[in-house]
Design a protein around this ligand. Structure first.
Ligand SMILES: Nc1ncnc2c1ncn2[C@@H]1O[C@H](COP(=O)(O)OP(=O)(O)OP(=O)(O)O)[C@@H](O)[C@H]1O
Ligand SMILES: [Mg+2]
Length: 318
């Protein structure tokens, strides 16, 4: 059977959710009171919003949590009418617990249009006696004010490095394999605090059997955009030697090609706030290097020359 680690290692208790201690304390006190308000969980992907909602339901309802918890996805279900229909059907049936309410977890609630949210607000009121809503979203500002004011908003943040790394170590121990610190750093860098992404990379790398930052970057299929930006800025600021060693790391350790790196630099520079004239010069330099490599120039030499050119551009303007 295919074993999906993000599910296998989904925290089943509130206390096992990492990095969100304030939220968890708050939720644990709701559990003690055997009652919860409507809630909004707001934060980036893979930070524990769904996991926390499920853990909360387990702690409130025990073994019968599945009968008392409905998960709906606002962007999958076709339209607000179907969502409301599902809610109605679920809310109509008496809660099978002695708390007297059930939970509806609405994922990606910020994808609903304001009109759809307004319709939902009426539904919330209709079933208040028997249902509590938990809305999950990336940005709470996209939830209409009348819903926001009926909810307690809990914010989730990207998982910090220490917590992510120790969780990944614990998982690798349970799965009986070793992973070195550089590889763990690489996973953290790529994940940008998204625990789902981190665990998925960990599982993929275990399957390849070759555990190193290079394979991790290859598997992840991308190198963190920040690194490209750093490379460009380093060269522009005239830190040529540092930029070169960073470039070597990308070419050798991460196993990227010159063209991969140019593409990465290009996409990171387009959205950067850099002096207009400088930006134009950088883009022209990238295009020229790409052309030379495609025409048969050596990766190493052409990429070194690119960094030299960027240092030159930086010094001309500053
Ligand atoms: N705070 C956390 N503590 C422990 N594990 C976590 C945490 N956040 C995420 N994970 C891991 O990542 C997986 C995905 O997390 P979850 O589904 O809770 O994320 P989410 O915040 O709901 O993301 P999305 O916004 O994409 O729905 C979980 O199954 C779990 O393995
Ligand atoms: Mg989720």
């Amino acid at each position: 059977m295919l074993d999906i680690w993000t599910e296998k290692y989904r925290p089943s208790k509130l206390s096992a959710v990492i990095g969100e201690s304030e939220n968890i304390n708050r939720l644990e006190s709701f559990v003690k009171d055997k009652n919860i308000p409507h809630l909004i969980f707001a934060g980036p992907p893979g930070t524990g919003k769904t996991s926390t909602a499920i853990a909360l339901a387990r702690e409130l309802f025990g073994d019968s949590w599945r009968d008392n918890f409905l998960e709906l996805n606002a962007s999958n279900e076709r339209g607000i009418d179907i969502i409301r229909e599902n809610i109605k059907n679920f809310a109509k049936i008496k809660p099978s617990n002695d708390l007297g309410f059930k939970i509806i977890f609405l994922d990606e609630a910020d994808h609903l249009t304001p009109d759809a949210q307004a319709a939902l607000r009426r539904t919330m009121e209709m079933y208040y006696n028997t249902t509590r809503f938990i809305f999950s979203c990336n940005y709470s500002s996209k939830i209409i004010p009348p819903i926001q004011s009926r909810c307690v908003v809990l914010r989730f943040s990207p998982i910090n490095k220490n917590e992510m790394v120790s969780r990944l170590k614990a998982i690798s121990k349970k799965e009986n394999f070793e992973i070195d610190d550089e590889s763990l750093d690489a996973i953290y860098e790529i994940s940008e605090g998204d625990m789902r992404k981190a665990i998925n990379i960990l599982q993929a790398i275990k399957t390849t059997g070759k555990i190193s930052p290079a394979t991790i970057y290859q598997i992840a299929g991308e190198i963190n955009k920040n690194e490209y930006k750093k490379l460009i800025l380093m060269a522009l600021e005239g830190n040529f030697d540092e930029a070169r060693s960073m470039l070597d790391k990308m070419l050798v350790d991460y196993g990227l090609s010159g063209i991969d790196i140019i593409k990465g630099m290009h996409s990171s520079i387009r959205n950067e706030q850099i002096a207009y004239r400088q930006k134009l010069q950088i883009i022209m330099a990238l295009a020229e290097t790409e052309f030379r490599i495609v025409e048969g120039g050596t990766d190493n030499i052409q990429m070194d020359a690119l960094l030299a050119k960027l240092s030159y551009i930086g010094s001309e303007i500053n």
